[in-house]
Write a protein of this length. Structure first.
Length: 324
């Protein structure tokens, strides 16, 4: 009798927990949602967050407020979200730099993996290797040959330490056996301006930042960092094709929430965002930022973050990259 009573109690408690969890998911969201972006307004992360926020608000008849909290390589925004209630009403627009690179080069005040729960990978931003169109470099082979003939005399630009473009170039140089001097800027735009002026020789950047200059004849794309060629640049080879098998370097964005957020809430967010990402209107809006729509399960996003973290930490270690 005692065991029957115990099992009965356990079963009742489990059923009660399941009922509460389902009820919580049905009631969510019960108040306005704050969508935190780690960068200033206008960039790809900001645009993606605002597009998703508007669509989530329309679907759930609840306000979604996008808030930009730039600074400290994303740490300010991450700390705010990590300390917020784990109820799904505070979202973080994640990015490859803060979520998969920072921990390998900075002493972090928080754990970017343990303190967040992945919701969904929203977008991939292809990176491309560009040079000044008047520099006389028509191929990756020529860039590598020139760098080998002039050790450490060529320079490349980055939009900041720990950015996707920075680590993409470090990986490229490691594989090619070359070394170029790094010049760090506060954003890709400033770096590209200096490249157009002939002050730096190369950089990995996004199409959103560089294609206007490519179409104007000021810059030339030598290769792309994606696994396959881009639809809008079918004649430009991948780095993988050019002698660096397995090379892949992209920027990406994705939604995260504080750790311990109920799985039912994460599932509801994941399902709705995946639905939104499949709509032609949103695909078109994201394409304007140079992004490709991603999507998938929360578990897949978690595995992707782990893969990216391990890959870039190895690059940081081998190249001895330190945060500035």
């Amino acid at each position: 009798m005692k065991f029957r009573f115990l099992f009965s109690c356990v079963g009742t408690m489990a059923l009660s927990f399941l009922t509460l969890t389902c009820a919580f998911a049905q009631e969510y969201p019960s108040k306005p949602i704050q969508f935190v972006v780690m960068y200033p307004p206008g960039g790809a992360s900001d645009v993606v967050a605002r597009v998703l926020g508007q669509k989530l608000g329309d679907a759930w008849k609840q306000s979604v407020l996008t808030e930009n909290r730039p600074g400290a390589n994303g740490i300010i925004a991450m700390q705010h979200v990590a300390k917020s209630p784990a109820d799904g009403h505070t979202l973080l627009m994640g990015n490859v730099g803060p979520n998969a690179i920072n921990a390998s080069i900075y002493k972090m005040p928080l754990d970017p993996v343990k303190e967040f729960a992945p919701v969904v990978l929203t977008n991939l931003v292809p990176l491309m290797l560009v040079v000044n169109a008047s520099a006389g470099l028509s191929s990756v082979e020529e860039l590598i040959a020139k760098a080998k003939a002039n050790p450490s005399k060529l320079s490349y630009g980055t939009g900041g330490t720990g950015t996707a473009g920075h680590f993409a170039m470090e990986l490229f140089m490691m594989n090619a056996g070359i070394k170029m001097e790094r010049i760090s800027y506060k954003g890709d735009g400033l770096a590209l301006n200096d490249m157009i002026g002939g002050h730096i020789q190369a950089m990995f950047t996004t199409g959103a930042s560089s294609l206007q200059h490519v179409h104007a004849g000021r810059l030339k794309v030598l290769a792309v960092g994606t696994k396959t060629r881009l639809l809008n640049l079918p004649n430009v080879p991948t780095v993988d094709e050019l002698g660096q098998p397995g090379f892949e370097a992209v920027s990406w964005g994705g939604v995260l929430v504080p750790a311990n957020t109920p799985k039912s809430v994460i599932a509801k967010l994941n399902a709705e965002i995946n639905r939104i990402l499949k709509t032609p209107e949103v695909r078109e809006q994201l394409a304007k930022t140079g992004s490709e729509v991603a999507g998938g399960t929360a578990e897949e996003f978690g595995k992707y973050i782990a893969f990216e973290t391990e890959k870039w930490s190895k690059v940081a270690q081998i190249a001895n990259i330190k945060g500035e």
